[in-house]
Design a protein around this ligand. Structure first.
Ligand code: NAP
Length: 248
C-alpha cells in the first residue's frame, strides 16, 4: 500500500485490532480510535515496536465532537486520513423484543449505526479533498439471518449495510469506494462474551460452519486489506461476507 493514513475504529480489540495490524504491515500509517484510550495507545505502541507507524486516540464514536477531534489529531500527527474502517461496535445483552427498553435500543443504534455515520461524515471531506478514499464498514452476518433477542443489534447492522450502499453511490464519482464486510462467527472478546450470555455455543457453531472452524480476526483483516488496495477500485457498494460459508 502507498503510504496511506488509515483510521480504524474499535482498533484496540478483536477484528479492529487485526485490521490495524494488517494495514500497518501493508504500509499504512494507522490511527486507532477506541473508547479505551490506554488500550488504543498500547495497540499503537505494539505496531510501532514492529516497525509500523501508528497512534492511538481516545474516541467514543457516539460523540461527534470526539470523532472530529480524533480526525483532526490524526491529520496533525500522521497526515490526511483517506482510509476509514468502522469496526467499533457493541452487542447488547440478549433481550426479547417486548422487554427491550428504548434506552437499550438507542444505545445499540448509537454505537453501531450513529457511530458509523459520525465517522463517515467526519472523514469523507478529507477523502473528497484527496480525490481518493476507501471506507470499509464492519456490519454483521446477523443482518442476513436475524437473531432472536437481538433486535437492536440486527437493526443497527442492517442500517450500516444501507448506509454503505448510499455512500457508494454518492461518493463513487469522487474516487471513493464504500463496502461492508459482515463477519460471521469470529473469535474475539465480543464473541466469547456472547457465548457467556448463552447466545451460542462454539462447538455447535463450528459444526454448522461449512469450512469447519471458527473464524479468526485475521480472516476479516485479509478481506478488508484487499478492499482497500488500489486494484479493488471497481468494487463498491458491496456486501462481502466473510463467514466460513454460513450465510450463502
Ligand atoms: P470487540 O473485540 O469487542 O471489539 C470492539 C471494539 O470496539 C472494542 O475495542 C470496544 O471497546 C470498541 N468500542 C465499543 N464501543 C465503542 C465506542 N462507542 N467508541 C469507540 N470504540 C468502541 O468485538 P469484535 O468482535 O472485534 O467486533 C468488531 C466489529 O465486528 C463490531 O462492530 C461487531 O459488531 C462486528 N461483528 C463481530 C462478529 C464476531 O463474530 N466477532 C460478528 C459480526 C459482527 P471496549 O472493549 O472498551 O468496549
Amino acid at each position: 500500500m502507498t503510504r496511506r493514513v488509515a483510521i480504524v475504529t474499535g482498533g484496540a480489540s478483536g477484528i479492529g485490532g487485526a485490521i490495524a495490524r494488517r494495514l500497518a504491515a501493508d504500509g499504512a500509517a494507522v490511527a486507532i480510535f477506541d473508547l479505551d484510550g490506554g488500550a488504543a495507545r498500547a495497540a499503537a505502541a505494539a505496531l510501532e515496536a514492529v516497525g509500523g507507524t501508528a497512534r492511538g486516540y481516545t474516541v467514543d464514536v457516539t460523540d461527534r465532537a470526539a470523532v472530529d477531534a480524533g480526525v483532526e489529531q490524526t491529520r496533525g500527527d500522521l497526515g490526511r486520513p483517506t482510509v476509514l474502517v468502522n469496526s467499533a461496535g457493541m452487542t447488547p445483552p440478549p433481550t426479547p423484543f417486548l422487554d427491550t427498553t428504548f434506552e437499550l435500543w438507542r444505545r445499540t443504534i448509537s454505537v453501531n449505526l450513529d457511530g458509523t455515520f459520525h465517522c463517515c461524515q467526519s472523514v469523507l471531506p478529507e477523502m473528497v479533498a484527496e480525490g481518493w478514499g476507501r471506507i470499509v464498514n464492519i456490519s454483521s452476518s446477523s443482518m442476513h439471518s436475524g437473531v432472536p433477542r437481538l433486535s437492536s443489534y440486527v437493526t443497527s447492522k442492517s442500517g450500516v449495510v444501507g448506509l454503505t450502499k448510499v455512500l457508494a453511490l454518492e461518493f463513487g464519482p469522487r474516487g471513493i469506494t464504500v463496502n461492508t464486510i459482515p463477519p460471521g462467527f469470529i473469535d474475539t472478546p465480543m464473541l466469547r462474551a456472547s457465548e457467556k450470555e448463552g447466545l451460542m455455543k462454539t462447538e455447535e457453531q463450528i459444526a454448522r460452519t461449512p469450512v469447519g472452524r471458527i473464524g479468526q480476526p485475521e480472516d476479516i483483516a485479509a478481506a478488508c486489506a484487499f478492499l482497500i488496495r488500489e486494484e479493488a477500485g471497481y468494487i463498491t457498494g458491496q456486501v462481502i461476507g466473510v463467514n466460513g460459508g454460513r450465510n450463502t
